[in-house]
Design a protein around this ligand. Sequence first.
Ligand SMILES: [Zn+2]
Length: 118
Amino acid sequence: MTDYSEIEGKLLAKQKELSDRLETTQATEGHEVEEGLDSNAQLWEVSEVRDGLDDEAAQELNQVNDALARLEAGEYGYCKSCGNQIGSARLDALPYATLCIDCAEESEAPEAFDPNEY
Ligand SMILES: [Zn+2]
């Protein structure tokens, strides 16, 4: 059985980082609404951007949690699509990858499009 303890450490660090980020953005929300009564238009834009970041972080956190759950279940490291083992170099670069490189290349192109970036 492959030892994923290093990857598990990475995932746990990522999980903490993302939850911290989400908590921080949520904690500052009320404050800015109170202070910015005279610049609502600008505030609205700021919160739009932040919502985008929150979504991204929340989505990534889901993937991290999913990967940790699969680690625990002993299902980690296998492609969800074809069942082959995902290469360790790929897991190193993307610890919560659910597809092997072949399946990812086939399906990733449309998924990789992020409307928040355009
Ligand atoms: Zn595959």
